[in-house]
Structure formats: structure tokens, C-alpha cells
Ligand binder design. Structure first.
Ligand code: SF4
Length: 296
């Protein structure tokens, strides 16, 4: 864990309550829909006050520093605060398949994942349900959960909400999707994504620093994911420059090559193909040349 839980405990109760307060009206994320989620009102993310979970279980497809022999203990949330036209999980993110889970059930799931031997608890798409997540982490830790927690986010997170998560999250794993507002608007309905995302990554790094690992498993820190898009639509080189110049030259980054057209991508000609090997390698080589810790 990044910080001793005992030191954070008193402060965390207050922070968890403040996160609930930020849902009514909802300003949890940069969309600031201002709906009253406790009254059942629904904003852009499509989820009310109770999280909807699509799956819970050990996952072996994450970065090797998160997996170990027991897998990463993923809790996959339905709904999303981004509107990516190429979403690979649109049945979960947009159609919101899953079942509602209370704070107590989430905490119980964490304890079960720990008992299975998972390396961490990995909250996938957590941004719109952070109030329940924080409360559940607190409850689980009070009952013996001692694994690192992973905040596995699309990266459209507000700094004010992240500040309240300090101490709950050990490993921040944000996407950095775009550097160009026009592309972010067209592909994810979020023209302010670059500005919001850069500020969020700064706050994440302030809290947890560079990625640290023991015996090959991450314990704490920042791990950036960057998906290479065709025709440098993701602004890859600008994002790498930002990381080296404004975050840390020791930032750990996963340059991801698995983009393929999904969901509504066919209606956007520029992204209706996979990136070429040259496009992927040029980003990877640039990150290496700049000195970042590039995952293989
Ligand atoms: S968390 Fe959901 S309801 Fe709240 S501001 Fe973001 S998109 Fe809107």
C-alpha cells in the first residue's frame, strides 16, 4: 500500500462522505451533469447511485506487473463517462450489462478476490462510481483486505474528485487517449479531454509517484496506458513529451498496439483500420528514446 491505512483512516471517512455528496447533484467527473443520483436521475454515464458490476474475478490479461500467479482481481463496472466510438466493451460501457452491487457486496468481493490469491484489486472504469468504491475499500480494509488497489480509468477524471481518493488508491492506471481537443470531441464526445486528462495525471502522480514493484508486482505508483491510433490521431508524441517534461522521466507507460475498429468506428474513416506496425513502433521508439519506462 502507498500510505499506511491507519494514518489515512480518520481522514478517509470524511473523504468517502464528500464523494457521496458530490453525486447529488453529480459533479463527480468533468461532465458535471448535476443530476441527483440518489433520486434515480441519470447523467451521461447512465448509472444511478448504486454501481452496476458486469464481472468480478481474477484476470490474467493485464500488464504482467499486475498479474503475478494469482491474476489481477478485477471488478468491472458498467457505464462510462466517455463516449468512445471505437469502444471494445460497448455492451458493458454503453448498454450497461451487469448487476447492481451494494457497498457491502463490493467489499465482500474484494475479500473474496484476496482469498483467491489475486495480486491486487483492479477497479475497471471506476470514475462514475468512486463514492461506492471508496466506501467499499474502507470497509474491506477494516475487515482485513490488504492488497494494493488499482484505479483503471479512461482518464477523464476531475482533480477535485481525485484529491478525495488520496489514500484509497495505490496504483493509478489512466488512459491517455488524446492530445487534440478536436479528435477527443469526435471520437469520445469530450473536447476538454486533453486538458482534463493532463491535469488528472499530474494529480495522480502527485499522490503516488512513479511505479514501484516488489518481486515483479506493482505495489504503488502511476502506470499510463496509451493506445496508438491510426494516423497519429492519439497525439502520441505530444503525450510522451508531456510525460517526460511535466510528470517524470521515470514514468511507466504501456504503449498499446491492440486498436481495432469496433462499435461505431466504421463510420469514422480514419480509424476504420488497425495502426500499421510502423505507426506503433515509431511511438514505442520515441518513448524509449525519451527515457520512459516502456513496458514490453
Ligand atoms: S459521474 Fe456520471 S452523472 Fe456524474 S457528472 Fe460524470 S457522467 Fe455525469
Amino acid at each position: 500500500m502507498c500510505l499506511p491505512w491507519e494514518d489515512m483512516h480518520a481522514q478517509s471517512k470524511n473523504a468517502a462522505q464528500q464523494l457521496w455528496d458530490r453525486m447529488n447533484p453529480c459533479t463527480l467527473c468533468p461532465r458535471e451533469c448535476k443530476v441527483y443520483r440518489k433520486r434515480g436521475e441519470i447523467g451521461f454515464c447512465g448509472i444511478g447511485e448504486t454501481p452496476v458490476v458486469s464481472s468480478v474475478g481474477p484476470h490474467f490479461g493485464e500488464e504482467s506487473v499486475l498479474v503475478g500467479s494469482g491474476g489481477s482481481g478485477t471488478i468491472f463496472f458498467a457505464g462510462c463517462n466517455l463516449g468512445c466510438v471505437f469502444c471494445q466493451n460497448f455492451d458493458i460501457s454503453h448498454q450497461r450489462h451487469g448487476r447492481p452491487m451494494t457497498v457491502e457486496q463490493l467489499a465482500q468481493s474484494m475479500l473474496e478476490l484476496q482469498s483467491y490469491g489475486c495480486a491486487n484489486i483492479n477497479f475497471v472504469t471506476p470514475t462514475h462510481v468512486v463514492a461506492a468504491i471508496a466506501a467499499a475499500i474502507e470497509l474491506a480494509r477494516d475487515n482485513g483486505m490488504s492488497l494494493p488497489t488499482v484505479y483503471n480509468t479512461g482518464g477523464y477524471d476531475s482533480v477535485e474528485t481525485l484529491e478525495l481518493l488520496e489514500g484509497f488508491v495505490d496504483i493509478y492506471m489512466p488512459d491517455m487517449k488524446y492530445a487534440d481537443p478536436k479528435v477527443a470531441e469526435e471520437l469520445s464526445a469530450a473536447p476538454d479531454y486533453p486538458a482534463v486528462n493532463f491535469a488528472a495525471v499530474k494529480e495522480m502522480h502527485r499522490q503516488v509517484g512513479d511505479l514501484k514493484a516488489e518481486k515483479g508486482l506493482a505495489t504503488c505508483g502511476l502506470l499510463v496506458r496509451h493506445l496508438v491510433l491510426p494516423e497519429n490521431l492519439a497525439g502520441s508524441f505530444e503525450i510522451i513529451d508531456f510525460l517526460t517534461e511535466e510528470i517524470s522521466q521515470s514514468t511507466t507507460i504501456n504503449v498499446m498496439a491492440q486498436y481495432r475498429p469496433c462499435f461505431e468506428a466504421a463510420s469514422h474513416p480514419k480509424i476504420n483500420r488497425r495502426p500499421t506496425n510502423e505507426e506503433i513502433q515509431s511511438v514505442r521508439q520515441y518513448a524509449i528514446k525519451k527515457g520512459l519506462n516502456v513496458l514490453l
